[in-house]
Design a protein around this ligand. Structure first.
Ligand code: ATP
Length: 401
């Protein structure tokens, strides 16, 4: 986690640099005095690189006067946004995941002294895929993600992200990646539109500002100062900042932690929108329903190793795991009265409550229903439970917790 804070600190430094550049533009435009702010800071080369990489390709590639020129006229943006909206969603969804690997990891290891945080990870993420990376605290998720983002050196293994080794890749590579950290702090004095315009200037082919605001549901907040935005709006702005360079690959680090249920639903809609645009998304989350809602594939990491990979429906054999039929017997009816096929599969009884394990629930339900009808019995609370993703996740990670 420590490196995250370094990113954020570096990110803030870069924000201040960028804000100072914006002041210079305002000065040139208005003929006034620049606001009192820390000027461009002399961050070390590595820090400057990290800082810019949080949302973009690097420190300003162009001079201050070009910064606002990065934003396209609103008319173009509106047309582009309309084109995005009109794209047939079903076709995009069907065709969006290709077989082209965007991330390839083989035998990845990372040690911090005697701690082996990542202990031989293999994974592959294809273009257009939403890949969820799950695991308990300390499993090694952040370490892995930071290696993929090029922020952390690995101890061993092969890593390729967008065809390059992140440890050696340069600015052009970084421009193809968007990162949304758990916490970030856009410059409070700037409006959302100014903030995005400023970042847009650092990319060769930025996404239009209006379209980007529209994508994250902030079209109405273009003129709102970042410092006056709600927590949820700021988080959306973070996503917008990661999208302004129109990246191919987006890393989302616990994007909805701390959100209320409504804000989480709207964040999911934003992420689903990115998925439908064909972006490749690498998502870390502790929320199973988030992974289930958004992910094409899930990998579960425990103690530095991947313990299961699969779709939300098949992870850890979820699709073949037995279901549980549960019901409450009427008073005075013993479990031994149940039909033999059902009684043989009873796994738990408590008072009149009965649980039956069923690899194929249909025939057992038919047997049970026929028996209840023949004896004029009402089976209260009759239910069939399938293992939830959370049940499977807890089984998979039990030993490492
Ligand atoms: P969380 O869900 O809590 O964010 P995580 O899965 O992201 O956890 P990591 O942050 O990658 O896990 O940490 C994996 C292991 O490496 C932990 O034991 C952690 O204490 C250790 N670790 C992480 N960063 C460092 C570091 N800079 N120096 C030493 N040990 C570290």
């Amino acid at each position: 986690m420590a490196l995250i804070y370094k990113h954020i600190k570096a990110h803030h430094q870069w924000h201040r640099q960028a804000a100072a550049a914006l002041d210079q533009q305002r000065l040139a435009r208005d003929g006034g005095m620049p606001a009192q702010r820390g000027g461009p800071e002399s961050a070390g080369a590595a820090d400057a690189d990290s800082a810019a990489s949080v949302h973009g390709p690097g420190p300003p590639a162009r001079g201050g006067a070009d910064v606002l020129a990065g934003a396209r006229p609103d008319g173009h943006a509106a047309k582009a946004a309309e084109a995005v909206r009109r794209e047939p969603a079903a076709r995009v969804a069907r065709e969006r995941v290709s077989r082209t690997p965007v991330i390839e990891v083989r035998g990845l290891r990372k040690s911090y002294g005697s701690i082996e945080a990542v202990a031989g990870v293999d994974l592959e993420v294809c273009a257009g895929e939403v890949f969820a990376f799950l695991g308990p605290n300390g499993a090694g998720k952040t370490t892995t993600v930071e290696i993929l983002e090029g922020y952390r050196q690995r101890t061993a293994g092969h890593v390729s992200v967008l065809g390059a080794d992140p440890a050696k890749a340069g600015r052009a590579w970084r421009a193809r990646i968007g990162v949304v950290l758990q916490e970030a702090e856009p410059e409070a004095e700037l409006t959302a539109g100014e903030c995005l315009s400023m970042y847009a200037g650092y990319y060769g082919r930025p996404r239009p500002v209006a379209q980007t605001l529209d994508l994250v549901g902030l079209a109405g907040q273009r003129a709102t100062r970042c410092g006056q935005m709600s927590g949820g709006q700021r988080r959306r702005l973070d996503v917008a900042l990661a999208l302004i360079g129109d990246p191919e690959l987006i890393f989302l680090d616990e994007p909805t932690t701390g959100f209320d249920p409504a804000a989480r639903q709207s964040a999911w809609a934003v992420i689903a929108g990115l998925r439908d645009l064909g972006k490749t998304i690498f998502l870390t989350t502790h929320y199973m329903e988030e992974a289930e809602e958004l992910a094409d594939r899930i990998a579960v990491l425990a103690a530095g190793q991947i313990v299961a990979q699969g779709s939300p429906a098949t992870l850890g054999g979820r699709d073949t795991e037995a279901s549980v039929i549960s019901f409450t017997l009427p008073p005075g009816v013993p479990v031994t009265d149940l039909p033999p096929a059902v009684a043989a599969r009873v796994t738990r009884t408590a008072g009149g409550h009965v649980e039956v394990e069923a690899t194929s629930a249909g025939p057992l339900l038919a047997e049970l229903g026929g028996w209840a009808e023949a004896h004029h019995l009402d089976l209260l609370d009759l239910q069939v439970h399938r293992h939830t993703l959370e049940d499977i996740y807890l089984q998979l990670t039990r030993e490492s917790r």
